[in-house]
Design a protein around this ligand. Structure first.
Ligand code: FEO
Length: 395
C-alpha cells in the first residue's frame, strides 16, 4: 500500500501493527509503529530512508511495484539506525551503483552495521541535491536521534523530512495527523519525546531554532515514524520547543515498588495528604513493579515533582526500583523536584539510597524523605498523610 503525499512524493513505507517492543525491549509500543520511506519522482528520483530489516523483502517488492528500481537516482539515508536503514542491503543488492547520501557519521553507522562499500556521498548542512525543478536541502541533526541523523527539505513542495524527530510510534492506515485520534497522537508523540529525546533536549531546541532561522516554508513534516504532519505542521514544532524547555505540568507522580504492601500504603496516604493540601495538583500513583516503564517515564516527564518509594531489601532497593532509578539517571530530566519514602523491617537503607540516586539523576531532593518501620498502622498512615501535605508545598 503506497500513499500519495504531495505532488510527486509518495509514502512507500511499512505499517507495523504488531510491534509492542522497540529498541530491543527498551521501549513499549502499545499502538505499533510505522517505518516511513518516501519516494520522490521529479526529473531525478530520490528514495528517502527504508524500513526495518525484517520487512526488507516486503519493502523492496512493494517498491518494485511502484517504480523500476533502476530509475532510482539517489538513495537518502537520513539516519543509520536499523529501523530506517534495515532494508538498504536488500535494496542495494539490486541497485549497487546508486549513490547513498548521508552524513559523515551516517557512513560510519551504515558501514558498521552492514559492512558494505556503497557509493556514499557525504553531505553537510546546506548542501543541495538537484532533482530537476526542485532540490533536496540537507540539514545535519546530530542526536535527533543519533550522531548521524539529518533532515532534508524538498523545495517547491516545502516538505521537511525529519526522520525520528516529530515522530511517534503509532500504527494507522490514515497516516496523516488530521485523520487520527488527536489524544492518541499527542500521547504517543509525548511518550516518544519523553523516552527517546529527553536527554537531547538542549540539542532539540537548538536544532529547531536553527531550522526556523533558515526561514524555509514548511507545508508538511514527513517523519519516519507515525503520521505525516500536514495540518498545521508548526504545531508539533512549537510543542517540541515546549517539551525541550524543562517541560512540566502541575502534576506529581508517585512511584513505588513494594514487597508486602507497606510501601504501597505509604504511597496512597502520601497522595491523600498532597490532594488535601492542594486540590489543583494532579497526583498519579504507579507501582513500578507492575506498570509499563515507559508509560511511567512519560508521566515523570509531565511532572513538576516525583515521590519515589521502595522498601529495603538486602540493604538496597527492590529490583524494579533500582532499574527505574538507573533509567531516570540516563534520561537526565531538568528542573524537577523529588522526595523518597519506604518502609522497612530491619536495616532501612532504602530512602537514603533513593535520595542519593535521585540527586545523581539531577532531581532537586526537597528533604530527607520518610521511612517507616514495618507496615504503617493508623499513626503511620497519619504520618504519611502529613508528609504528603508538607510535600504539596515543597514540590
Ligand atoms: Fe527510528 Fe533512531 O531510529
Amino acid at each position: 500500500m503506497n500513499i500519495p503525499v504531495k505532488n510527486n512524493v509518495c509514502w512507500v513505507g511499512k505499517i507495523d501493527w504488531d510491534l509492542r517492543k522497540f529498541h530491543g525491549n527498551e521501549l513499549s509500543t502499545h499502538r505499533g509503529s510505522t517505518y516511513n520511506s518516501y519516494l520522490i519522482r521529479e526529473e531525478k528520483v530520490a528514495l528517502i530512508d527504508t524500513v526495518w530489516g525484517p520487512f526488507a523483502k516486503e519493502f523492496v517488492k512493494n517498491l518494485s511495484s511502484e517504480i523500476d528500481l533502476k530509475k532510482i537516482d539517489y538513495v537518502i539515508a537520513n539516519h543509520g539506525e536499523t529501523d530506517h536503514s534495515g532494508a538498504l542491503p536488500e535494496l542495494m543488492r539490486l541497485i549497487p551503483d546508486a549513490p547513498v547520501y548521508c552524513t559523515a557519521n551516517g557512513v560510519k553507522s551504515l558501514k558498521g552495521q552492514y559492512h558494505e562499500d556503497w557509493d556514499f556521498k557525504v553531505v553537510k548542512t546546506g548542501d543541495r541535491l538537484n532533482l530537476g525543478n526542485k532540490e533536496l536541502v540537507f540539514i545535519e541533526a546530530p542526536m535527533l536521534h543519533w550522531p548521524d541523523s539529518m533532515f532534508c527539505y524538498l523545495t517547491g513542495d516545502n516538505i521537511l523530512f525529519s526522520n525520528d524527530a516529530f515522530g511517534e510510534h503509532l500504527a494507522s492506515e490514515f497516516m496523516f495527523n488530521d485523520l487520527v485520534d488527536q489524544s492518541e497522537l499527542m500521547f504517543e508523540a509525548l511518550k516518544y519525546y519523553a523516552n527517546i529525546l529527553t536527554p537531547f533536549s538542549a540539542l532539540v531546541e537548538k536544532k529547531i531554532k536553527d531550522v526556523l532561522a533558515l526561514n524555509l516554508p514548511v507545508d508538511m513534516i514527513c517523519t519516519s515514524h507515525g503520521v505525516i504532519w500536514r495540518k498545521n505542521p508548526k504545531q508539533i514544532i512549537e510543542t517540541y520547543l515546549k517539551w525541550a524547555n524543562k517541560y512540566k505540568e502541575n502534576q506529581i507522580t508517585i512511584m513505588y515498588d513494594t514487597m508486602w504492601s507497606g510501601t504501597r500504603v505509604m504511597a496512597e496516604w502520601i497522595a491523600k495528604g498532597i490532594t488535601q493540601a492542594d486540590k489543583s495538583v494532579t497526583v498519579k500513583i504507579f507501582n513500578i513493579g507492575t506498570s509499563d516503564k515507559n508509560d511511567v517515564i512519560t508521566e515523570v516527564f509531565k511532572s513538576k515533582g516525583i515521590i519515589f518509594g521502595s522498601p529495603t531489601i538486602n540493604k538496597g532497593v527492590l529490583t524494579a526500583a533500582a532499574s527505574m532509578l538507573d533509567e531516570l539517571r540516563g534520561l537526565g530530566f531538568k528542573d524537577k523536584k523529588a522526595a523518597a519514602f519506604g518502609c522497612y523491617g530491619w536495616s532501612g537503607e532504602s530512602v537514603q539510597i533513593i535520595n542519593d540516586h535521585l540527586k545523581a539523576a539531577g532531581f532537586s531532593v526537597v528533604d530527607d524523605g520518610l521511612k517507616l518501620l514495618w507496615n504503617p498502622d493508623d499513626a503511620g498512615r497519619k504520618t504519611c498523610f502529613e508528609y504528603g501535605k508538607s510535600l504539596a508545598g515543597k514540590l
